[in-house]
Design a protein around this ligand. Structure first.
Ligand code: ZN
Length: 310
């Protein structure tokens, strides 16, 4: 089997109010709303997908907005920071933009050799912008609220807070082709050469009180090229003594879920069919899309969902 080195496919988190979430990611961060759908396990609530210009794998930051969700507190066994890659020369733009938008940030600071700034979304989810020369040549979203030359290109990666790094590192290296490329005290950096989504930091931490709720990452998905590779990776998970789900049809990709040894819920998702399987590429995210098996319930579902304007 060829080694998978493609990195992160998408990251999914829980948010509070859907409108507030969409305003932040679309209007303030300039991401593209590439899919407006429902939570397939709870179709009375949205599933919102933000991405880069094409909504390509490696850029999908997705949310389950629950209006009534209590504030979560991040803890061990979770992805605590999501790092988004922006062009290397864009730091002055973002510092000024955040100033105008009233978004507080830390930094710039060094994130394993790259400059980054840290901030929170309205549900206090930890975010970073990483000024990343690897994405300088990737296209920006021309119709976004941030000029294309400075816009978010996709993930740089994520930071997992774990009680120990070794067992989850084995999953990253054996299954997904990451390599340990640096270490600073209690933080290990794993990378692939994928231009987006190729960085996972594992930070070892102490147990502290935590709770699920808004602002908490639900799962981190890694890329598989196709269904054959998804099945091969599923078998490898079993061979490692872990317990994958069956293959699940998520309509825009096919998925397998498993709990990583450190406690983070991981998913493997295929690159295809992709977000443009049911919408024109230039019209992504404009209307509510339901997977075919929920289409017969559209009227009932639409009545329950609050309107979103961005
Ligand atoms: Zn997912």
């Amino acid at each position: 089997m060829k080694t998978n080195k493609k990195g992160i496919h998408h990251i999914t988190a829980i948010s509070g109010d859907a409108q507030r979430n969409a305003e932040f990611y679309v209007k303030k961060l300039g991401m593209r709303l590439v899919k407006k759908s429902v939570n397939q396990d709870d179709p009375g609530t949205y599933h919102l997908f933000y991405g880069n210009a094409n909504g390509s794998p490696g850029s999908g930051l997705t949310f389950f907005p629950w209006q009534m969700a209590i504030q979560g507190k991040p803890g061990l066994g979770e992805a605590v920071t999501v790092a988004l890659a922006v062009p290397s020369g864009s730091i002055d733009y973002w510092a000024e933009h955040f100033g105008e938008e009233g978004i507080d940030f830390d930094g710039p600071y060094d994130r394993f050799g790259q400059q980054a700034i840290g901030f929170k979304d309205p549900d206090l989810m930890g975010l970073e912008l990483v000024f990343d020369e690897q994405v300088d040549s990737l296209p920006g979203w021309e119709k976004g609220s941030v000029p294309a030359e400075y816009g978010i290109r996709g993930f740089r990666g994520t930071t997992l807070l774990l009680s120990e790094h070794e067992s989850t590192a084995q999953v990253l290296t054996n299954l997904f082709g990451f390599e340990e490329t640096a270490r600073e005290e209690n933080r290990w950096h794993y990378t692939t050469d994928a231009p987006i989504g190729g960085s996972v930091i594992i930070e070892e931490g102490e147990h502290k009180p935590s709770s699920n709720g808004r602002g908490i990452v639900h799962h981190v998905a890694f890329r598989a090229s196709d269904d054959d590779e998804l099945k091969e990776l599923r078998q490898k998970i079993i061979d490692m003594g872990l317990h994958p789900s069956d293959v699940i049809d998520r309509h825009w990709f096919h998925s397998v879920y498993f709990r990583s040894p450190g406690g983070v819920l991981f998913e493997i998702a295929t690159d295809g069919p992709g977000y443009d399987v049911d919408e024109e590429p230039d019209k992504l995210g404009q209307k509510l899309i339901l997977p075919p098996w929920l289409e017969s319930k559209r009227e009932k579902i639409e009545k329950r969902l609050p309107e979103i304007r961005v």
